[in-house]
Write a protein of this length. Sequence first.
Length: 106
Amino acid sequence: MRYKGYEAVVRFDDDLERFHGEVVNTRDVITFQGKSVAELKREFKNSIEDYLEFCRERNEEPDRPFSGNFVLRISPELHNKLYRLAKRSGKSLNSFIEESLSTVNG
């Protein structure tokens, strides 16, 4: 599920017969729940709007969905190895790593 750039994953609790959702592309914790798909979607949007309003009231910048940039520290040897593999593939190091990571399931 997506709303205003925020992405959520949803699980169903068999015991409670309820859907539980959590926004996964931000560091802040934003959760919601519902008994039906319609209620779940409504509560997801309400949770995002409540979160944004809470941030406005506190004069805080909301944690936005991840930008796609992150710093990764690795050994110089691994850096060199990845660079050489990328060059042999005819790709930039960034493209090579992005393609490699895109195959990870999770």
